[in-house]
Design a protein around this ligand. Sequence first.
Ligand SMILES: NC(=O)c1ccc[n+]([C@@H]2O[C@H](COP(=O)([O-])OP(=O)(O)OC[C@H]3O[C@@H](n4cnc5c(N)ncnc54)[C@H](OP(=O)(O)O)[C@@H]3O)[C@@H](O)[C@H]2O)c1
Length: 250
Amino acid sequence: MITGASSGIGAATAGVLAAAGHPVALGARRVDRCEEIAEAIVKDGGEAFVHPLDVADSDSVRRFVAAATGSFGAPEVVVSSAGDLSAELIHGMDSEEFAAQLQVHLVGAHRLVSHVAPGMVERGRGDLVFVSSDVVRAPRPRMGAYVAAKHGLEGMVRAMQMELEGTGVRVSMVRPGPTMTGMGMGWDARTTELVLSDWAKWGLARHPYFLRPEDVAAAVAAVVGAPRGTHLALIEVQPEAAVTKPKENR
Ligand SMILES: NC(=O)c1ccc[n+]([C@@H]2O[C@H](COP(=O)([O-])OP(=O)(O)OC[C@H]3O[C@@H](n4cnc5c(N)ncnc54)[C@H](OP(=O)(O)O)[C@@H]3O)[C@@H](O)[C@H]2O)c1
């Protein structure tokens, strides 16, 4: 099961896991985009199922999990990638909008957990993978609600890792750095300029390279493909800088 599968990292993860032989259940609000991704997966010989999902709505999460389970059986792997990002200063932000970010990234992840983890614990196996963000290690300005939500997410996941140790259920985090996806693509030019200049000011834009969604999906695949007896609890993925000629003073 993959949430946020209509775009970016979630969509790429669906493709990579399907190619590795997993039947994949894609959930997001834009079902038409999920259908296109599913069609491509099936064309390549994989198995895919699509169902509408809004992680901000408990009933929608319940229906998604029930439908996907009805189609493919109890989930072995659940990837929580759904998320959005509003670029605003914290003090200028409407509190409802602040809460909406927590609803999607934090409470949304918990909604998923509450529907899939009990069964995994009962069966004594499963992988729960949460897409976090490098903002937890190095916060970025103009996205304070997002930073708070991802901190909350990592806190919840770390507590779950302790609670589920020894159950056979591995709970993991993949923490991407800047990745070229749909995120931030809806901002106007002025917002993008302000965000990027703040990144530069705080030393968060050392080079211009972004990860591709497939690069992050490869990390998710590594987490779920890790042999039993191994737990890749946290992987941070960063874009590699361009290779420069060695300098004498290096
Ligand atoms: N891009 C980056 O630089 C970056 C860096 C670090 C972490 N991340 C994390 O990576 C994850 C995926 O984001 P992305 O970069 O791949 O962005 P993206 O291309 O915009 O994809 C976001 C996905 O989340 C879905 N989504 C948003 N709100 C949802 C909701 N309420 N219910 C269900 N699905 C919802 C979107 O689908 P619908 O709109 O169709 O619902 C879309 O499929 C997010 O958790 C994000 O925080 C991204």
